[in-house]
Design a binder for this molecule. Structure first.
Ligand code: SAM
Length: 332
């Protein structure tokens, strides 16, 4: 694992050199070093490392990052099976919970809690072409969407997420996709350099409602983008025509850390006040149990446990059930 991080750092450093991000190379590498140091020090790291080690033993004859189920190798690539070894499924489950996917890893279907392909297929038709771009995905989870973005041939795509487990899930795939210019920084947005103004596209999906200060989050997104860059913001919204917003008194759908659920029109006002232009709401979709559910790869509670059993239009606390909207906007 340590050699993977060392080699990945070198690849990341080379990706930053002579790119529009080059002025921030040192600061970005400091994020990389600090974030990966924390992952390697994490109390669960030895367990995750065992999964990484098993996953490193196979050679993928082919990969497909454009597929809804991102695929590395096939079952036929696994030869030389030692009957005393844990199965691939058992090893990968050392990295439970698998939340964002789905993946096919050497013939093993990682049926994640979220069908993140459904979100991607909702959003992708509305994007300005990603080819040749520098992209930042904030709160990228396992990195599932990084692979889907990378399939559109950007120059580079960087994901950030402070959850150490997700950096390990990403690493399990990246070790088989070292030629793909997708990189993971295990840090939160608050650790990103200020005023970068260099990304062509910034994605913030499923993050805004977790931020204590949503306006500050929007302002930070603005500062990450270059002029005429595109923001893709996906967040929970409150349905209705007015400039309303829900700030839950306590939990929302059992989550403690939900701070801000605006109506579509209020979200558009916030984006405008933060300097964005060409603001479009391109999709509004209720979250269904087709998209979010418990599986054998995420066996904790999921959406059906968060809704009122007598009224699926409400959360267990009596709030409107989750509806998500996607906004696309540009900088001046
Ligand atoms: C609801 S998930 C969304 C994942 C993915 N973007 C998607 O839309 O499927 C929110 C993600 O944001 C991450 N996150 C939490 N705090 C963050 C922060 N301060 N900066 C960046 N990401 C954060 C979480 O670890 C989690 O992976």
């Amino acid at each position: 694992m340590h050699s993977f991080v060392r080699d990945e750092r070198l690849r990341f450093q080379q990706a930053l050199a002579s790119s529009p991000l080059t002025a921030f190379s040192e600061l970005m590498l400091a994020c990389f070093d600090g974030g990966w140091h924390e992952t390697l020090q994490h109390g669960d790291f030895p367990r995750w490392q065992a999964a990484f080690h098993t996953a490193s033993q196979f050679q993928a004859s082919s990969t497909d990052i454009a597929a809804d189920r991102v695929r590395i190798g096939s079952a036929a690539d696994i030869t030389d099976i030692n009957s005393d070894s844990p199965s691939l499924t058992e090893s990968l489950l050392l990295c439970h919970p698998w939340r964002k996917g789905p993946f096919d890893f050497f013939g093993t279907h990682i049926d994640t809690e979220w069908r993140s392909d459904i979100k991607w297929n909702r959003i992708r038709p509305h994007l300005a072409p990603l080819a040749g771009q520098s992209i930042l995905d904030i709160g990228c989870g396992s990195g599932y969407h990084l692979w889907r973005m990378a399939a559109d041939q950007p120059a580079r795509v960087i994901g950030i997420d402070p959850m150490a487990l997700f950096s390990m899930q990403f690493a399990i795939f990246k070790q088989h996709l070292t030629d793909v210019p997708a990189y993971f920084l295990p840090v939160g947005i608050e650790r990103m350099p200020a005023q970068m103004q260099c990304f062509d596209s910034v994605f913030s999906m499923g993050v805004l409602y977790h931020r204590h200060s949503p306006i500050d989050h929007l302002r930070q997104l603005h500062q990450l983008l270059k002029s005429k860059g595109q923001l893709i913001l996906e967040t929970l919204i409150l349905q209705g025509p007015t400039d309303a917003c829900l700030i839950p008194q306590g939990r929302y759908a059992k989550m403690r850390n939900v701070w801000f659920i605006p109506s579509v029109s209020l979200m558009q006002t916030c984006l405008k006040r933060c300097g964005f232009e060409n603001i479009r709401c391109v999709d509004v979709s209720p979250t269904t149990s087709q998209e979010q559910r418990s599986t054998s790869w995420m066996y904790f509670e999921s959406l059906s446990d968060f809704l009122d059993p007598h009224d699926p239009g409400k959360t267990i606390e009596g709030h409107p059930a989750p509806v998500r909207a996607t906004f696309i906007a540009t900088t001046k």
